[in-house]
Design a protein around this ligand. Structure first.
Ligand code: PEP
Length: 252
């Protein structure tokens, strides 16, 4: 049985004290939602303060990136072991902003996914098509290519530890959310790809989130789709009431 996961991607936002206050406000209220797993993913520099703020609560800690080596001469980078040391459970990998602005390829993302899993972190692997690709009818082709590339060579056990976030690029930060039907079509395709590579039982167990302009007023209809297991939330995760409003939309 899949447990839905709602994770906040705080991106490069907030001050240290704002991050602590937001984490505390979320942690205080999560007990109302025992059927949903909840995570917050602050910037690296706030992981420790947020970890303290959520201590003893059901809120899990996630990071927004890692470098796929355990240690060494990689100036400015952060290793999977450092994230574990700070109490992270999740790490967001392959976000479209990193693919777009930092040139991350499926091959590099795949290295990060393996490094995360080796360290005991659960990767939240983002994939999704650009607007031009959707308009050209290439959505499922792009999804298949990103799935094969970013998630290459995972054992069945590793696949089960991995969360996939379907995030159509045209819906991220734009206020233009995918319709439940558009999202469900891709989620179903992802489950088919997992079933083909592994088996249908594994496909039924992998958590597949939707991401892209999720808000309290559109969450419920997205979550009502059979293959949507929660959300990766950007903008609306920066306000406790909005983030918890999205969590409240999960009634499955
Ligand atoms: C994201 O960046 O992962 C995201 C889903 O952003 P937003 O919710 O702001 O569209």
């Amino acid at each position: 049985m899949r447990r839905p996961l709602i994770a906040g991607n705080w991106k490069m936002n907030l001050s240290r004290s704002e991050a602590a206050a937001l984490a505390e406000a979320i942690a205080k209220q999560v007990d109302q939602y025992p059927a949903v797993d909840i995570a917050v993913c602050p910037p690296f520099v706030y992981l420790e303060v947020v970890s303290r703020a959520i201590a003893g609560s059901r809120v899990a800690l996630g990071a927004q990136n890692l470098y796929p080596e355990p240690s060494g001469a990689f100036t400015g980078e952060i290793s999977p072991l450092m994230l574990c040391d700070l109490g992270c459970r999740y790490v967001i990998l392959g976000h479209s902003e990193r693919r777009q602005w930092l040139g991350e390829t499926d091959g590099f993302i795949n290295k990060k996914v393996h490094a995360a899993l080796k360290a005991g972190l659960q990767p939240i692997v983002c994939l999704g098509e650009q607007l031009a690709e959707r308009e050209a009818g290439l959505t499922l082709e792009v999804i298949r290519r990103q799935f094969e590339g970013s998630l290459a060579s995972l054992t069945a056990e590793q696949m089960l530890q991995t969360v996939i976030a379907y995030e159509p690029v045209w819906a991220i930060g734009t206020g233009r959310v995918a319709t439940p039907h558009q999202a469900e079509e891709v989620h179903l395709e992802l489950r088919k790809l997992i079933a083909q590579r592994y088996n249908p039982e594994i496909a039924q167990q992998v958590v597949i989130q939707y991401g892209g302009s999720v808000k309290p007023d559109n969450a419920q209809e997205l979550f009502a789709q059979p293959d949507i297991d929660g959300a990766l939330v950007g903008g609306a995760s920066l306000k406790a009431d909005q983030f918890l409003g999205i969590v409240a939309g999960m009634k499955k």
